[in-house]
Every structure is written in structure tokens, then in C-alpha cells.
Design a protein around this ligand. Structure first.
Ligand code: F6P
Length: 743
């Protein structure tokens, strides 16, 4: 459009100037033509009437002369006629003869081309001819009405304007079409040039010879841009849903993204009043869902809801979000044995405790691993089935799919596979106890890019590969090369969308404060600290309760004036360790509450049930503080959600030093969850912190979560993938795809 305007505006200006200059010229020319016609006409009339007029003049018969003139002027063009026989002042003339023309003036015009007069009644043409037979001084003046010439001139001007406008439109249309065609041709040529596609014949030599001289320069430019890309990405870009869309559209040419995770973002559940949709309590889903809304594409996940099968089409697809579809879920069905062996067994009784230092022993069963392998294969086949092309972008999520990257790589060698490990990566000694460590590491090294939340986890992974596998580990570039194929290991701290969708429609903070206090039955000025977790032993819920108990010992004034509200979503109930943990959490809450029978309000309120995100955000907004006490956590997004929820810039975050989030949020009160005294002191500090200090801390944390949001997390991975794809295209054909040149 802008391009077209660039052509059109000068063109239209030129045409307007041409029209402006031409119209007066045409006007003058038309008058000249009509004047000349009237001269000829005047000669004709004069020659014809010479005889009768001279006779009438000589006989002096004025009455007959008047009648004769009357007949002459019945011609509609001949406006007036007059004669001068002598040099008298006034000519003998018809009634309309112009007053300003006396005989002396007429004499100056004798036998000359007609003169133009513009009296108030309109343009007149005056031609004067001598009447020699009536005497040497006799003359005949013929006055023609020339207003018809003016009318013609006006009509001609109108036609000219219409003509120029039509001409402009036609010329503009042709110009725009030609400009667009040639622009597209150039753009296509340049794009092909940049991609290196269609430029070189297999046998060498250029397919598009005109572009050959600039091919080298353009490639150099691409390399220079790539070199500048990384710093711009990290430090300067403002990431929003739109930026992420632009990255996909621009850098990845709008390729569809395929996401793979175990947990699905929308679960259809059958209840007493029909089917309803549930959002799972999952950090992974919280982070990825807005990304998928921005990118569209397909999300492959286990269909675990009781009504999931009833809500898919015949290809097992369902469009989501249900009220405003932006992408689709492809559901994978698992048998109860598969679910139990792959999900509960190997993933959650084996890898989960292996990677988290939470002092729960991992359990490894070969039958579980067999199911894990089988389910990974099932998902790999679904990736191939969902892929529209041979080089899709596949985002594999988490510890449920360590074998999947290698499986996809075998079936789609040109795929760009980004694997993100959402949980911590242990040190090599801890990982070494896994009987299938080699298979797992080899599977993960099928990825093009492998992401962790923190540099510490990246380093642990490189150490583990170095100790376990035959592979070249380059610690400077963070690249592992296995069988000649590289995997880039990078840190991508995950985050949440900004602003979170769940904030929409939330009541103001004072209203949220009133409402959550009324719900748990405490007064309006009662202090509330909140904890939001799955009922998982890594979350440190028991340690949190112990800290509450310790606070009431150290600072008894808080008994009855403060309540800790724990929202704990039931999770992984088929695993013994989780069932035990849930029982222990309930027992400890009960024990602490019964220890303070005289306190008016209980120290702990435990809500061990699923809460939708609207309800969670209301608690986060209405509380005085939020306590995240994970014993070990990849990132922990509840900490970031609390910050995002507090647009009033109040509230205090108490955060475990063992959650990845503590690396990014030093303004929180950072605690060791195993140290009950320290945690109790942090609770006391949080409950008594002045508003100014709360605001100062919260502002800094909000700025960080706003800038380092989930679009940046996904965008940086996708930009790295785009750079990798570009390099692969430019690399000589002898190099394997995915090869990354050291920066
Ligand atoms: O962090 C690991 C993770 O997969 C998270 O994405 C999520 O918070 C949690 O575990 C979900 O667990 P599950 O899917 O087993 O309920």
C-alpha cells in the first residue's frame, strides 16, 4: 500500500499540474476560433447587405432602415446592428447596440478583425465594415453575441477535467499493478536469495543470473544480522503476544508449531450436570497455553478427561480455547497399563524424584520403562501424522518425553526439535542411579535445542553427558555433538503471560480482600498468607506449616490474628508417596490448629481441592503475602503469578532459595524451607512490612515479570530455532542439518 502511494502521489500531482496548465490555453484557443468564425460571418453579412443598406441610407428612410435592421437581428447570434453615415456622435442602430460604441470608436475598427467587448450582459464580438456606396465615411457595425462561445468553453473545460480524472485513474491503476508485480518479483527473488533456494543449479551456476552479483552480499548481510540478533533479543526486545506472532511469521515463515506434552491444556470432564471443561493445575500448561494462543498450531497431549473422547472429531482433534478457538489439541489415548507404567511409574516414581532433591527415593521398574518407551513412540508417530511438512518445529515438553526427540529425529531428520525440561536436572552422581541413563540422554540429544530454566541445570546436564556418553561437550558454546549431530543446550527461564488472562474481570484488591476473608470466616483486618500448590512432596507444604507453627511460638501475638490459607490441588493420587504426603499434610494442619484451641481463628486453613485460575487469582490478590517453599523446583510459576496478580503493588513474596524463580526475584524474602526459624522470621517480617517497602519490592519484581514474560521464553527459543534453520539452509550440502557454527 505504502509502495503504491509512493508511485501514485507524484503521478497524481503531475497530472493535476498538467490539467491546471492546459485548461486556460484551451479556453483562449476556443475564443480565438469563434472570433475568427464571426469575422467571416460578419464579412458575409456585410457583403450581402451593402446594397440595401446604402440605398436606405442614401434615401434617408430611417423607418425602413430600422425595419431592415430588425429583420437582420432576428438571427439569434446577431445581437445588434448600427450604421454611421457621417462622423456624428451616435450611430443609427438597433436598441441593444452597446452605448460605449460611438462612431469615432467604430471608425478605428473598420475592416479590422473583430474586437471583443465585455459589457455587463456578456461577451460581444464587434466587426465594422465600410459601406462604400453610401459615402466614404459610411460604415456598418455588426455586433455578435459571443456568450455561446463562453458556454462552449465551459463545457470543454468540464470535459477536460473529467478526461484528466479518468486518465489519472487509468494511469494510476496501471502503475500500481506494474509496481506491485515488479515489487513482488523482486521480493520473491530476494527471499529466495536469502534462503539460498532456487538460486544455484545443482551443477553450479546461477538460476537467476541478475541476482548473482548480490547473492554473496545478501548472505553476508544475513550472517551479520544473525550476529546482532542475540543481544537484541536478550536485552532490547519487548515481548508480547504480537511479537511472538511476528517472530513466527517473519523468522519462521508462519510455520505451524507442534507442541507435545503429557498434560493437556483443556480437559473435558463429565459431571452430574453434563460435560464441563477443566484447566489443570500445571505450571507447564500455565506457561504454554498463551504461547499456543499466539502461535496456533497443534498441541499433542494425553487425553485424560472422562469426557475427552466424546468431544474430539474423528481425527481426535478438538479446537480450543472452547469459547474462542485459536489452536487445536490432538488427543492421544493411553491404556490404563500404559498410563500407569509410563506416567505414574517411570515418569513420576522414577524421573520425578530422581531430578528433585526432595529425599523421596526413585523407584525404577523395567516394565515401567518399557511402557515409557512405548508411549514415547506413540507420541512420535502422532508428531509425524500431525506434521504438514518434513521440517516441522516441534516443541517437546518435560521429563515424560526424554526418548521422544531421538524418535522424531529418526522419522523427520529435518525437523527442528526444541525440548524443554521443566524440572531440575540433578548432578551426574544422582543421575547415575538411573538404569536407563544412556538411553535417556541419547534420546534427549535427538533435540536441536535443549532448554533448562537455570544455568546450573544446564551445567549439570553437560556434566552428566560428559560422564555418561560418548559425545563431544563444548562448554564454551554449550553444544553437545553426538554422532556428528549437535544439540545446543541453553537456559530459557520460563515465565507467565503478561498481563495474565485470569486478571481480567477480577474484583479490585479491597474487594478480593473482603471476599476471601468472608469465605474463610475471618474479620476484615485479619492477616492472610497464601500458598498455592499441587499436593506434591517437592513443594515443601509440611515445611511451610512448620514455619507457621514456629511463628506462633516466637511471636504469639499472631495467634488468632493471622491465618495461613493453603490451596492444595490433589495430584498423582495413584502413587503411594503422594497419597501418604496428602495424609501427612492434612494431619499436620489439624495438629497445628488443635494446638491453639483458644485462638479465635485457626492458624491454618487447608483447601485440598482443585481451584480454577479465577479463584486462585482472587486469593493471590486478597492475601497479605504468598509463601512458596519448594524443596526443589525448576522455576515455580506461582511466585510469578502472585506478582502479576498484585497490580496494587502490595503484598510480600516469601520464596524458597531452591526454586529457580529465586535467581530472578531477589526482592522476595528468600528463605531456606528446611530452616523453620528463618521461615518464621520471614513470615513475621512479611506480616509487619511497611507499605512503602512492599511497594518498592513489588515494583521491581513486577518490572521483571512483565519484561521476562512467557512470550520472551518461547520467542527466544523460536528465534534460536530460526537462526539454526537459516544456517542449515546456507550451510554447504556436505554438512549435516542442524549443524551450528560456534559463535
Ligand atoms: O514441572 C513439571 C510439571 O510437568 C509441570 O509442568 C506441572 O506443574 C506439573 O509437573 C504437572 O504435573 P502433572 O501433569 O503430573 O499433574
Amino acid at each position: 500500500m505504502r509502495l503504491s502511494l509512493r508511485f501514485l502521489v507524484p503521478l497524481l500531482i503531475a497530472l493535476a499540474i498538467a490539467a491546471y496548465a492546459t485548461v486556460p490555453l484551451i479556453d483562449a484557443q476556443i475564443l480565438r476560433w469563434f472570433s475568427r468564425d464571426l469575422d467571416v460571418r460578419a464579412n458575409l453579412i456585410s457583403n450581402t447587405v451593402q446594397e440595401p443598406v446604402s440605398e436606405l441610407l442614401l434615401t434617408g428612410n430611417r423607418l425602413r432602415l430600422e425595419q431592415f435592421f430588425g429583420r437582420l437581428t432576428s438571427d439569434e447570434r446577431l445581437y445588434a446592428v448600427g450604421v454611421c453615415a457621417t462622423d456624428g456622435e451616435r450611430p443609427f442602430a438597433t436598441r441593444d447596440f452597446p452605448d460605449e460604441l460611438d462612431c469615432a470608436a467604430l471608425r478605428n475598427l473598420v475592416d479590422a478583425p473583430g474586437a471583443l467587448l465585455r459589457p455587463p450582459r456578456g461577451l460581444l464580438h464587434v466587426a465594422v465594415r465600410s459601406i462604400e456606396d453610401a459615402g466614404p465615411r459610411a460604415l456598418l457595425a455588426l455586433v455578435h453575441d459571443m456568450t455561446f462561445a463562453e458556454r462552449r468553453s465551459e463545457e470543454t473545460k468540464r470535459y477536460m477535467v473529467v478526461f484528466f480524472v479518468a486518465l489519472s485513474a487509468v494511469v494510476a491503476l496501471i502503475t500500481v499493478v506494474i509496481a506491485q508485480l515488479s515489487w513482488r518479483g523482486w521480493i520473491t527473488g530476494l527471499r529466495a536469495l536469502i534462503r539460498g533456494e532456487g538460486l544455484l543449479r545443482p551443477a553450479g551456476g546461477f538460476v537467476v543470473p541478475e541476482l548473482a552479483p548480490i547473492a554473496r552480499d545478501v548472505r553476508q548481510l544475513v550472517r551479520d544480522l544473525e550476529a546482532h540478533y542475540r543481544p537484541r533479543d536478550g536485552d532490547q526486545m519487548v515481548w508480547t503476544q504480537q511479537t511472538l506472532r511476528d517472530v513466527l511469521k517473519g523468522e519462521l515463515h508462519g510455520n505451524d508449531v507442534i507442541v507435545v506434552s503429557n498434560r493437556e491444556p483443556y480437559i473435558h470432564v463429565r459431571g452430574p450436570d453434563g460435560i464441563h471443561v477443566q484447566r489443570p493445575a500445571s505450571g507447564l500448561v500455565t506457561a504454554l497455553e498463551p504461547v499456543m494462543r499466539a502461535c496456533s498450531g497443534t498441541w499433542i497431549a494425553h487425553g485424560s478427561g472422562s469426557a475427552d473422547r466424546e468431544t474430539v472429531d474423528r481425527n481426535d482433534h478438538v479446537a480450543v480455547p472452547p469459547n474462542d478457538p485459536a489452536y487445536r489439541i490432538r488427543r492421544i489415548w493411553l491404556t490404563p497399563d500404559e498410563e500407569s507404567g509410563y506416567y505414574s511409574g517411570f515418569a513420576n516414581e522414577g524421573l520425578w524424584p530422581l531430578c528433585h532433591i526432595a529425599h523421596v527415593r526413585p523407584t525404577f521398574r523395567s516394565s515401567d520403562f518399557e511402557y515409557y518407551r512405548r508411549v514415547n513412540q506413540k507420541f512420535a508417530e502422532a508428531v509425524v501424522a500431525e506434521s504438514q511438512r518434513d521440517d516441522p518445529i516441534v516443541l517437546i515438553q518435560d521429563y515424560h518425553f526424554a526418548l521422544l526427540p531421538r524418535m522424531v529425529r529418526k522419522m523427520l531428520p529435518k525437523a527442528t526439535i526444541i525440548t524443554f525440561w521443566h524440572i531440575p536436572w540433578p548432578n551426574p552422581e544422582a543421575f547415575a542411579i538411573c538404569p536407563w541413563r544412556n538411553e535417556l540422554l541419547d534420546g534427549m540429544l535427538g533435540s536441536s535445542i535443549l532448554g533448562f530454566h537455570t544455568q546450573f541445570h544446564c551445567n549439570n546436564f553437560l556434566d552428566t553427558v560428559d560422564r555418561t556418553l560418548e559425545a563431544r561437550v563444548d562448554r564454551e558454546t554449550m553444544i553437545v555433538v553426538r554422532d556428528g549431530r549437535p544439540t545446543q543446550v541453553r537456559r530459557y527461564p520460563i515465565s507467565i503471560e503478561w498481563p495474565p488472562a485470569a486478571l481480567e474481570g477480577q474484583p479490585e484488591v479491597p474487594e478480593a480482600r473482603r471476599s476471601i476473608r468472608a469465605r474463610i470466616g475471618v474479620p476484615a483486618d485479619h492477616k492472610i498468607v497464601v500458598g498455592i500448590d499441587r499436593l506434591d512432596y517437592t513443594k515443601g507444604i509440611l515445611e511451610r506449616f512448620s514455619a507457621v507453627a514456629r511463628l506462633l511460638e516466637i511471636e504469639p501475638k499472631w495467634a488468632g490474628n493471622f491465618t495461613f490459607v493453603q490451596i492444595a490441588a490433589p495430584t498423582r493420587g495413584m502413587i503411594g508417596d503422594y497419597r501418604d504426603y496428602a495424609l501427612r499434610v492434612k494431619a499436620l494442619a489439624h495438629e497445628i490448629n488443635t494446638h491453639y484451641p483458644r485462638a479465635k481463628y485457626p492458624p491454618i486453613v487447608l483447601l485440598a481441592e482443585h481451584h480454577e485460575s479465577d479463584a486462585v487469582y482472587e486469593y493471590l490478590r486478597g492475601a497479605d503475602a504468598c509463601f512458596v517453599s519448594s524443596l526443589h523446583d525448576g522455576m515455580n510459576l506461582v511466585a510469578k503469578e502472585f506478582i502479576a496478580a498484585r497490580d496494587d503493588e502490595h503484598g510480600v513474596l516469601i520464596l524458597s532459595q531452591f526454586a529457580g524463580a529465586s535467581r530472578e526475584l531477589p526482592e522476595a524474602l528468600i528463605v531456606n524451607p528446611y530452616d523453620a526459624d528463618q521461615c518464621a522470621a520471614a513470615l513475621h517480617l512479611a506480616l509487619s512490612m511497611p507499605a512503602d517497602e512492599q511497594r518498592a519490592r513489588m515494583r521491581l519484581m513486577r518490572a521483571l515479570v512483565r519484561d521476562f514474560n512467557v512470550y520472551r521464553w518461547a520467542g527466544r527459543m523460536l528465534m534460536d530455532a530460526a537462526v539454526m534453520r537459516q544456517r542449515n539452509r546456507l550451510a554447504p550440502s556436505t554438512e549435516a542439518p542442524d549443524t551450528i557454527h560456534a559463535r
